[in-house]
Design a protein around this ligand. Structure first.
Ligand SMILES: O=c1ccn([C@@H]2O[C@H](COP(=O)(O)O)[C@@H](O)[C@H]2O)c(=O)[nH]1
Length: 271
């Protein structure tokens, strides 16, 4: 099943637009997972099992694995997700961008090594830098209006009367999405920009990081980004779920589940 079909099915099956981010930070892992050879694998798979019926996608950010030399554990996490929860898409957040020959290797890394259903890419180097991803017939999620304040430095520059991020949205909608495999990253910290992007791209899915630890407003995000069908979004939360402070009697996975459920409900209240 291709990425968009799988995403549509997960939205419906779990009644969820919540994407659970997998950003394992060694300094914040529960003590039992630190300093062991497979601690990241065990932590992430417990989070996956605790939230798989509440999520429309999982999004590992590759830096958290690569920085620790834990790419092998990410491979095992991806295989685990495919085996145990095959209906939930895996989005590899790697934001690569390079010349075509190198992009071909990055695409292989994402789709073959990690078996990702979709991968985030930077549009900055243009069409030939994303073409190798398109050849795989999987999901390609292009950075458009990122959630960080510094994203405005370039993404808000006026070009021919409109901000650069809107040109990116238009380019992806008109040209790069010819096989219907694209999505865009737009931050929850910028709901007006979500609204503007939605108006440009129709029903194209949006990956929306920035709620939870970054403080984005869930209601404003959902109102701005929902499609007529009440879907169209993968609203990501990573740290707020992974490191939810356990309440009395809870363990870390139960706390993660509680926050994931609260977040899903908060999103669904405005769909
Ligand atoms: O514009 C962007 C693009 C990607 N991210 C990534 O999403 C998560 C957010 O984590 P939180 O803990 O929920 O803040 C993280 O992996 C970022 O690299 C983003 O935040 N903004």
């Amino acid at each position: 099943m291709n990425f968009i079909n799988k995403l549509n099915a997960a939205w419906a099956a779990n009644d969820s637009l919540l994407c659970v981010g997998l950003d394992p930070d060694m300094d914040r892992l529960p003590a039992q997972f630190r300093g062991t050879p497979d601690g990241i694998f065990r932590f992430c798979t417990e989070i996956i099992d605790a939230t798989a019926d509440l999520a429309c996608a999982f999004k590992p950010q590759i830096a958290y694995f690569a920085a620790l030399g834990a790419e092998g554990q990410l491979e095992r996490i991806s295989a685990y997700l495919r085996h145990r929860h095959p209906h939930i898409p895996l989005i590899l957040d790697s934001k690569r961008g390079d010349i075509g020959a190198t992009a071909k290797q990055y695409a292989r890394e994402a789709y073959d090594r990690y078996g990702a259903d979709a991968v985030t890419v930077s549009p900055y180097m243009g069409a030939d830098s994303v073409e190798p991803y398109m050849e795989w017939q999987r999901g390609v999620i292009v950075l458009c209006r990122t959630s960080n304040p510094g994203g405005s430095d370039l993404q808000f520059l006026e070009v021919n009367g409109k901000p650069l991020y809107q040109h990116v949205a238009q380019l992806v909608a008109d040209k790069w999405n010819s096989n219907g495999q694209c999505a865009l990253v737009v931050g929850a910290t910028f709901p007006e920009e979500i609204r503007a992007v939605r108006a440009i791209v129709g029903d194209m899915p949006l990956l929306i990081p920035g709620i939870g630890a970054q403080g984005g407003d869930i209601e404003a995000t959902v109102r701005a980004g929902r499609t007529d069908a009440g879907t169209g979004m993968m609203i990501n939360s990573s740290r707020a779920i992974l490191y939810a402070a356990p309440q009395a009697g809870e363990d870390f996975a139960q706390a993660a589940r509680r926050v994931a459920e609260e977040t899903r409900q908060a999103i669904n209240a405005h769909r």
